[in-house]
Design a protein around this ligand. Structure first.
Ligand SMILES: *Cc1c(COP(=O)(O)O)cnc(C)c1O
Length: 448
């Protein structure tokens, strides 16, 4: 891929691959949809400015960052935002209201046919006191793309962005206080479900978009430390000392996360339920995550719900390359973190090192297919430099080991992380928590 300049987020729909517009057309996004009479008059669009506000009378206490309640990942902030859509009217006015249960009928489409998609992003309390999102526009565009894959209605991503910002502005000050939570975050989960009550397998005529914010522990720490309980058991015979990098179990040929023509590129719930058996097995055997392979060639795709990167020295050119699986076949989720690592590498690591930026040997970014045998060969020849997973939930997570076809492949690390992973992590931390002003950091205007 040619080096991509870093462009402002909200200004358009282009992505690092420039693929959004075409894929939306392919997936059949409709801006006007037939109403019940069969005619195509335009329906009411999603409009954040028409949002109604109904604040809670029973505010709840905020759990401590490291409490059991926070670790349970089920406590949400005082409010949520919902927006209802029907095929006959389009979007109704969004509502900001107290967080709580809502009812749907047992026949609701989502409960039977997995007509659901979601997003995951974090709201950061900066070291400078400001509240920020990271490249939130990208999440909103991806939500639209995911929705189109499962026949959920279209919306303008900028309107969803405004709704998320409104919720953050409402609950941020209390749930992520300036004085005590600098360096902390809340997890934001926009969700879209088909609520139509009808068992017929058909394009839903009613849907609900909602946004909630949850208290989460810092998973970039808790993922690898402490290690899963079984770690000292069978997986390593109890002989190796515990490292802080991820231990990945490569998936077997009878367990495939995504396939060409499927929906691996979309953040739809249908991708995750079926992955839990393999993930549970990996955990029980002392591994942190599944490394999802594809095909008889054992192409490496993703690690758990994160994108996967390796740094390798090219056999042909002798140059260092940062390699990740390509998006073209649509079996890879187009991660915001993935795009950001690629953009930063192109911008800051492509040329000769300068003391001010990283001091690291330059790397060339390559988005291409690569296989496990290729990694094994590189490792044996000393050309494998490091590997890491990249995603919002687990952030940049260095990989220490990959278990593939009965054997352990150790991945080099420099102490607790590879050097490139450490560098990307620091660059992203600086943007997310406001140490370095950058257009990817979107500041939330908080309620006074
Ligand atoms: C969400 C997700 C990612 C990471 O995407 P980010 O936008 O970086 O959080 C990667 N792979 C899968 C399968 C995912 O669901």
């Amino acid at each position: 891929m040619a080096p991509a300049p870093i462009t402002p987020e909200s200004s358009g729909t282009t992505t690092p691959t420039g693929s959004t517009a075409t894929s939306l057309t392919k997936a059949g996004i409709e801006h006007t949809q037939p109403n019940s009479n069969g005619s195509t008059e335009s329906l009411a669009p999603l409009k954040a400015s028409s949002m109604t506000i109904n604040l809670t009378n029973t505010p709840r206490p905020v759990p401590a960052p490291d409490s059991a309640e926070t670790k349970a990942q089920k406590t949400c902030t005082d409010h949520m935002i919902t927006a209802r859509w029907t095929a006959s009217h389009g979007w109704e006015a969004p509502e900001l209201k107290p967080y709580g249960a809502f009812s749907i009928m047992p026949t609701a489409s989502v409960l039977h046919y997995a007509t659901e998609c979601f997003e995951g992003l974090k709201l950061y309390r900066g070291y400078d006191g400001a509240l920020r999102f990271f490249r939130i526009g990208k999440n909103c565009q991806r939500m639209r793309k995911s929705a189109s894959r499962i026949a959920l209605p279209d919306f303008e991503p900028a309107e969803l962005e405004k709704m998320i910002l409104a919720l953050a502005a409402q609950d941020g000050a209390k749930w992520l206080p300036k004085d005590t939570r600098a360096g902390g975050f809340l997890y934001v989960r926009p969700t879209f479900i088909a609520t139509e009550e009808a068992l017929g397998v058909q394009r839903p005529k009613e849907a609900l978009l909602y946004v909630i914010m949850a208290c989460f522990p810092d998973m970039s720490k808790s993922l690898a430390d402490p290690a899963p309980p079984a770690l000292k058991g069978e997986a390593d015979g109890g002989s190796k000392s515990q490292t802080s990098g991820l231990r990945l179990l490569a998936s077997s040929e009878d367990s495939i996360r995504a396939w060409p023509g499927g929906f691996g590129y979309a953040k739809v719930g249908a991708n995750y339920g079926p992955s839990l058996v393999a993930q549970g097995e990996a955990r029980a055997r002392g591994f942190d995550q599944v490394l999802w392979l594809f095909g008889q060639e054992s192409y490496v795709t993703e690690a758990g719900a994160s994108n996967f990167f390796v740094v390798m020295r090219s056999k042909d050119s002798g140059k260092l390359q940062l390699i990740t699986a390509p998006l073209g076949e649509r079996i890879i989720l187009e991660g915001v973190t993935r795009a950001s690592v690629i953009d930063l590498a192109n911008e800051r690591l492509a040329a000769a090192p300068t003391a001010s930026e990283s001091g690291l040997e330059p790397v060339e970014v390559v988005e291409r297919r690569f296989t496990m045998p290729e990694l094994l060969e590189a490792q044996a020849e000393g050309r494998l430099i490091e590997a890491f997973a990249a995603g919002t939930a687990f952030f940049i997570a260095p990989v220490a080991l990959i278990h593939f076809r009965g054997g352990d492949m150790e991945v080099p690390m420099d102490g607790d992380s590879g050097r490139y992973a450490r560098c990307f992590k620091q660059w992203l931390v600086d943007i997310m928590w406001g140490n370095r002003s950058h257009e990817w950091g979107v500041v939330v205007e908080e309620k006074a």
